[in-house]
Design a binder for this molecule. Sequence first.
Ligand code: HEC
Ligand SMILES: [Cu+2]
Length: 413
Amino acid sequence: MQQVSTQKFRVAAGACVLTETGRFDRFFVGFRSGIMSFKREPKNMLNFHRRRKLFLGFLMLGALVALTLGCTPGDPQSTFDADGPVAQSQLNLFWIILGAGAVVFVAVQGALIYLLIKFRRQREDDIPEQVEGNHTLEFAWTAGPTAIVILVAIPTIFTIFDNQVSPEPGALTVDVIGHQWWFEFRYDHPDDPTKDVVFAGDLHIPVHEVINVNLDSVDVIHSFWIPKIAGKVDMVPNNDNTMWIQSDQTGTYYGQCAEFCGVQHANMRFKVIVHTREDFDAWLRAEATPPEESQDPLVAEGKKVFRSASAGCSGCHATDPISNDGVAGREGPNLAHVASRTNLAGGMFDNRDESGNVNLSILQDNLRTWISDPESVKPGNTMASEGAAYIDPENALTEAELSAIVAYLSSLK
Ligand code: HEC
Ligand SMILES: [Cu+2]
């Protein structure tokens, strides 16, 4: 090693001396371009290497700090702040595997350092003792890693089965359907189980209860992930994956798609709102009830525009919260209770104020921004690329129509 680098250094130094004469300048530009700057003094060249190493060192240190900062449990999507038995079992498994990895790392690096120091060459003609066929050693380095693999495999297999098989198959079940790029949630109707209550964007669940989740997709493969509550499970078209989740704390959590599913994959997010059982029942009943009709003339006008062929909204969006059980979702999110959503368009908009509640004027601003130009908010979405109001300039919404639609949708509480 050392010899090679001295040789390199000699070649480079010689080359630089030649360049100083100016005669080999042209030749040299081609020869050494891209490797290092060519008109350096040998001494500077050394500094250059050293500086580059230092720079790389700092870069790696910076990356490490940035990566570990993502691990702070206070972060809204940190898996180190597990809530509920599923996330906790996965976090425990993580620690077991990390621990096993740490033991291996320390043992291997410790042995390496020890051997480097103990057996380093003392004299030029030093030849170490030649060892061949040491059975004890061979047995040890076969048995050691096997034991570690078994030690890691046992808790891994148990955790996988525990996470996959619901402890309460009869518990509340939610169908989660992935769309490019938003999440649809379907609950059994509280009075009529052959019907579904359809919602989007926010997953509402009761606290301290097992929730069974059926995962499906209408287009490409998505993945369902609530970092603090449960690890990822894929949502594959025509292949029913299932999982169960449980949260032991009321409040709001963040979830997102974890499988690249197109240009707006990063904007396919949702919230999880964990209620007490009473609040959840009240919420589900409210969702199952069509919203009250407002008498405001602007709202009535908005409803008319919404249903018109030129605007085309109702072709993709249902405004009835009830659907037949198992029917694939419509093209766009169900808007029956859109005014009660904490977020719109896969988390592009947050409708809440500092108090954490949906704020009417924020909601209206968001609706206006989205409906006036969905393409600029979320490039590539089907509402902009297929909606009648957006593909044909003749159908473009007027300012008055836009205001009416915003009034109508924000009345759908
Ligand atoms: C071709 C189908 C289509 C048409 C037509 C359409 N939309 Fe949409 N709409 C969508 C899709 C798909 C989304 C979700 C986009 C995303 O988040 O990626 C969406 C999202 C929305 C949302 C946000 C809902 C939420 O919970 O995230 C609103 C509000 C909305 N559309 C209103 C309208 C209005 C008003 C019209 C008529 C001017 C309209 N849409 C026409 C497909 C459509
Ligand atoms: Cu996705």
